[in-house]
Design a protein around this ligand. Structure first.
Ligand code: PMP
Length: 426
């Protein structure tokens, strides 16, 4: 038994499944997850001392690479001044000002500690601000694990969904409607029927939790128009796409502005930090200004805020996103060429520094399309890549992430590994 295997066995005795978040357990791809001992730049090292080119980036936050010296220094400096106060700080004001400057749809924001908490609070805000209960979400989009958002589609369009987890009462999701992503007709029908009861619609404008699926321009435009017409609030969950697909997130790419924006991942630079923000007239409903309760002992934690600020400073450098997008396209194109050369049914897509790989001839546009990709092939490809020192997300339903530390040579190395990996599938 190697050290990873020993640790996994030991972990399973005291931690359910040996992990603190389920996808880490490699259940869908099989095998033993590497236990990560350290990380730097574009690489992670496991407990056996093996290094991998990391295309997971802690599921999105590590956009400037691991342990960036400027970020580590900011964290160390902040930590030396105290780990938590539960009182306001100047740094969190600076942080809020920076986000407001970068995202035109946000005039005020509240910091929290996870994307789950941010999305949950955004939904409460949408309900509290409109005085309505009903919300719409889309099949395949993930917004964290708040009860009312753990819903999967029912048997037909326009039916209410079923809990996607045990422990979520049907009563709690009674107000959550689940529609198909990129389906404008379903949206029109839902608003036509229940428009005056809908508090808000929550959507990943670039979906990254059913592999990578772009929200179409028509879909996002329709969403914007319907919400405005019916007085519902459009909630963009940019936990993944925010500061990832562009400096201004999906809103910059699509030109569509949300009423409430949910942020996480990149804004914390790897520390537990997330946020939700909106125009002032919406945020005034939040306590202590208004009646929508929301709070947190560690919210705006000074070490997390210092980490986030240092990261935001780095990503504002000129050309940062252009270079990242170029490298990510180079990766997607390289993978597609390698697969084509070997006759493997495969496609890839990139939006900014997010990418998707699909064992299917075409890029999916919906959850249903994603479900038709060849999962068994993905799982074998995943292990081919892992054996060649490339760490992909251990599931066919996750997007991948490129950091500014992934230079052209590393991308070429990944493509070369994939060429061999595709051969290994035959
Ligand atoms: N929203 C989106 C779009 C996400 O991708 C995630 C996490 N992958 C979340 C919300 C939940 O964030 P967290 O894991 O920080 O609770």
């Amino acid at each position: 038994m190697n050290r990873n295997e020993q640790l996994f066995e030991r972990a399973q005795r005291t931690i359910p499944g040996g992990v603190n978040s389920p996808v880490r357990a490699f259940r869908s791809v099989g095998g033993t997850p590497p236990f990560i001992a350290r990380a730097r730049g574009a690489h992670v090292w496991d407990a056996d001392g093996r290094s991998y080119i990391d295309l997971v980036g802690s599921w999105g936050p590590m956009i400037v690479g691991h342990a960036h010296p400027a970020v580590v220094k900011a964290v160390q400096t902040a930590a030396a001044d105290g780990l938590s106060f539960g009182a306001p700080t100047e740094a969190e004001v600076e942080f809020a000002e920076r986000i407001v400057r970068l995202l035109p749809s946000i005039e005020q924001l509240r910091l929290v500690s996870s994307g789950t908490e941010a999305a949950m609070s955004a939904i409460r805000l949408a309900r509290g601000a409109t005085g309505r209960d009903r919300i719409i979400k889309f099949e395949g989009c993930y917004h964290g694990h708040a009860d009312s958002l753990l819903v999967k589609a029912g048997s037909g369009a326009l039916t209410f969904g079923h809990p996607s987890s045990a422990g979520v009462p049907a009563d709690v999701i009674r107000h959550t409607m689940v529609l198909d992503y990129n389906d404008c007709q379903q949206l029109e029908d839902a608003f036509g029927r229940d428009g005056s009861q809908i508090a808000g619609v929550i959507v990943e404008p670039v979906a990254g939790n059913m592999n990578l699926v772009r929200g179409s321009a028509e879909f996002l435009r329709t969403l914007r128009e319907l919400c405005t017409r019916h007085g519902a609030l459009l909630v963009f969950d940019e936990v993944m796409s925010g500061f990832r697909v562009a400096l201004g997130g999906a809103q910059e790419l699509t030109g569509i502005e949300a009423d409430i924006v949910v942020l996480g991942k990149v804004i914390g630079g790897g520390m537990p930090l997330a946020a939700f923000g909106a125009r002032r007239d919406v945020m005034r409903h939040i306590a202590p200004l208004g009646p929508v309760y929301q709070a947190g002992t560690l919210s705006g934690n000074p070490v997390a805020v210092a980490c986030g600020l240092a990261t935001l400073e780095l990503i504002e450098r000129p050309g940062f996103y252009e270079t990242l997008a170029r490298r990510t396209s180079q990766l997607a194109d390289g993978l597609m060429q390698a697969a084509r050369a070997r006759g493997v049914a495969f496609s890839a897509d990139a939006v900014g520094s997010m990418f998707g790989i699909y064992f299917s001839e075409r890029v999916p546009a919906s959850y249903r399309d994603v479900m038709q990709c060849d999962r068994d092939r993905f799982n074998r490809f995943f292990h081919q890549m892992l054996a060649r020192g490339v760490y992909l997300a251990p599931s066919a339903f996750e997007a991948g992430f490129v950091s500014s530390e992934h230079d052209e040579a590393l991308i070429a190395q990944v493509v070369a590994a994939a060429s061999d990996g595709f051969d290994g599938l035959a």
